[in-house]
Design a protein around this ligand. Structure first.
Ligand code: UDP
Length: 149
């Protein structure tokens, strides 16, 4: 009887996770990594990076022109970001589920944003984490944050 084939390296789904500057400042990088690993995903790359305006313009291109765009870029430049590539079957929607809703006030308890985030009365949602929303976004964002990976 045939054994199920082990997924080839190429087929393993990967996503880009960011612990945004609020999460790094609050000392929550380890907690986010812990939740990714506790769920059963694997860390493929982890790097603390100071984002640049150019990187953020590419990363957030779809939001250019929106009212929260300028405060979002300013916030993302405010300190280092922990960039993470996480992998495993279903990790793209799986990490979005771990992260919870964009607005941390509405995010369900049990999620990263719901358990650890809140409204700080600022012009931008400081919501601790980013996770790619599709395979196309994941490939594009991993290329931006980890050129050469
Ligand atoms: N954002 C915001 N106000 C909004 C929508 C988004 O400040 O009304 C910020 C927030 O930090 C969010 C990021 O912009 O995480 C990207 O927005 P998106 O809608 O892609 O949310 P996400 O996929 O991160 O949940």
């Amino acid at each position: 009887t045939a054994m199920p084939a082990a997924p080839d390296q190429h087929d393993v789904e990967r996503t880009l996770v960011l612990v945004k500057p609020d999460g790094v400042r609050r000392g929550l990088s380890g907690e986010v990594l812990r939740r990714i690993e506790a769920k059963g995903y694997t860390l493929a790359a982890v790097e603390l990076k100071q984002a640049t305006t150019e990187l953020l313009a590419a990363h957030y291109a779809e939001h250019e022109g929106k009212p929260f765009y300028a405060p979002l870029v300013e916030f993302m430049l405010s300190g280092p970001t922990l960039a993470v590539v996480a992998e495993g079957q279903g990790v793209i929607p799986g990490f979005r589920s771990l992260a919870g809703a964009t607005n941390p006030t509405e995010a369900a308890p049990g999620t990263i944003r719901g358990d650890l985030g809140r409204d700080w009365g600022l012009k931008v949602q400081q919501n601790l984490v980013h996770g790619s929303d599709s395979p196309e976004s994941a490939a594009r964002e991993i290329g931006l944050w980890f050129p050469g990976l």
